[in-house]
Design a protein around this ligand. Structure first.
Ligand code: ZN
Length: 499
């Protein structure tokens, strides 16, 4: 058996000014062939699971490409073509199964549904070959994706700590289909709702209940049940909540279970609505708390959703209010890193930090902040993830410097990196557990590594292209009406039967 295994992943934020060329897919671009296999074998990712499954099955494994970029603006057209063509070339040489590790919210400069177009192309090349896909929890599922895949399974956790299990589930069904042991049938659908990303945590309600419902459906016999709260910032027609259920040739069962998931989500739509607290008030509230570490979250500038990671609003508030024994992760500012590294450890410096990106979608210019302090650390920014999310994956933050103001240690990095694993600090010799305040540019993924350490968490509504205030985002493409942008949406969806 010959199995093509590939990863092509991007979560596109249409409001992000950060460009997405091919070089962004990996440290120096994508990994190919044997490098892709070696780079992801043994990692807690879908592609890592696909490799394990295919090896156990004694299959001939072809890994044309492994490419994942940090979320950012639409993918450059030439990059997208290259990613697709590389997978297509491997498939066109013939195979018995295709296992794909995709995101599900990729938008290019000309295509709203990057994964749908890729799957359509592959299906055209291999009409009878099973295609099994693992998707991110933040996929915006489309009819085109479902039409051109045989199996789709999404993560059931946010933070995403079940990537391996998701890949294993999708891959097993795909390989079983290749042997003729099952005939996967899918039903999918969506509801006109855009759940706030900050309210999608899988330990929080209503997501915890909805995910349990999907697990219960699997325990009761469907091959896979997935519910996707979606990624609003992609701003495509199909952005928002969707579900897909896979059965063994039982269309009616798949439709009934999918409808049940969607109805359960719809009736709880109000619970997904986020009500924010302005940064100044949130920081002041945190300052009055007794016991640390206290987690402060700059969720409106989260590079894990396409943020520039250089907006200084919340950081300025923390510095102005004089919070002591604080660590801040991180400001993405290659220019500042250059000057901090050049100054060297021990140097006293004053620099204009952050604010290098303008954010035209929000009508904002970049606003650097003048910060004075001592350079207390310089590193190459490499570490291996030990925690539960992306376990075993090599992280490359680029050259990294620590600027200590006396009250706050500010980490400055060359490459975007959302802090989901404590390694981003411990690799610099900083112990987050010893800090009174930890300010992270993150929304939910930080919980994977940091939640066990902290005593309280405070969400600080700052500024940025991952703002949790959807009234600030110039949505153009998402279907309307949609809840909560249009609060009266969808009375016709009330009291639908589950089947
Ligand atoms: Zn995600």
């Amino acid at each position: 058996m010959r199995v093509v295994i590939a990863m092509v992943k991007h979560e596109t934020n249409r409001f992000s000014p950060v460009p997405t060329p091919l070089a962004r897919f990996g440290v120096d671009g994508p990994l190919y062939g044997a490098d892709a296999l070696a780079g992801y074998r043994g990692t807690a990712t879908p592609i890592g699971a696909f490799i394990d499954l295919a090896e156990s099955a004694g299959a001939e494994i072809v890994t044309p490409i492994a490419a994942e970029a940090w979320p950012s603006g639409p993918v450059a057209e030439d990059a997208y073509r290259h990613l697709c063509d590389t997978v297509a070339e491997a498939v066109s040489q013939g195979c018995d199964a295709i296992l794909l590790d995709l995101h599900g919210a990729m938008v290019t400069e000309s295509i709203d549904d990057g994964e749908g177009a890729l799957l359509d192309m592959l299906r055209g090349l291999a009409p009878d070959t099973p295609i099994a896909v693992a998707l991110d929890f933040h996929a915006n599922l489309t009819g085109r994706m479902v039409a051109h895949a045989d199996v789709i399974v999404g993560y059931k956790t946010y933070p995403h700590i079940d990537m391996y299990e998701t890949g294993r589930q999708a891959g097993r069904i795909g390989l079983a289909a290749a042997k003729g042991a099952v005939r996967p049938t899918m039903a999918w659908g969506n509801r006109p709702m855009l759940p706030h990303v900050i309210r999608q945590g899988s330990d929080d309600q209503p997501m915890a209940d909805l995910l349990q419902m999907a697990r219960d459906q699997e325990a009761a016999g469907v091959l896979a049940a997935s519910i996707f709260p979606g990624f609003p910032y992609s701003d495509i027609a199909d952005a928002g909540l969707s579900a897909v259920v896979v059965t063994d040739k039982d269309t009616a069962l798949a439709e009934a279970r999918c409808g049940a998931l969607l109805n359960a989500a719809w009736v709880r739509r109000e619970e997904f609505v986020y009500h924010g607290e302005p940064a100044a008030e949130a920081v002041a509230r945190a300052a009055r708390m007794d016991e640390g570490p206290i987690m402060l979250l700059d969720h409106c500038d989260n590079c894990g959703s396409g943020g520039t990671q250089d907006v200084m609003t919340v950081i300025r508030e923390v510095l102005d209010q004089g919070l002591e024994n604080t660590v801040i992760f991180a400001v993405h500012d290659p220019e500042a890193v250059e000057s901090l590294v050049a100054a060297g450890v021990g140097a006293e410096v004053t620099i204009n930090l952050g604010g290098k990106y303008a954010m035209p979608a929000l009508g904002l210019e970049g606003e650097p902040l003048e910060v004075s302090g001592t350079v207390t650390g310089v590193s190459n920014g490499d570490f291996t993830v030990q925690g539960p999310m992306y376990t075993g994956v090599q992280v490359a933050m680029g050259r990294t410097a620590v600027l200590d103001t006396g009250k706050a240690e500010i980490v400055v990095i060359e490459r975007h990196h959302e802090p989901w694993d404590t390694g981003c600090l411990t690799s610099l010799g900083i112990d987050p557990a010893a800090k009174r305040f930890i300010l992270l540019k993150s929304r939910v993924h930080w919980r994977a590594g940091f939640r066990p350490l902290i005593k309280a968490e405070v969400e600080c509504a700052g500024v940025g292209v991952t703002t949790s205030d959807y009234a600030l985002l110039p949505f153009k493409h998402v279907r309307r009406p949609i809840f909560p942008l249009d609060p009266e949406t969808g009375a016709e969806h009330e009291n639908l039967p589950d089947s």
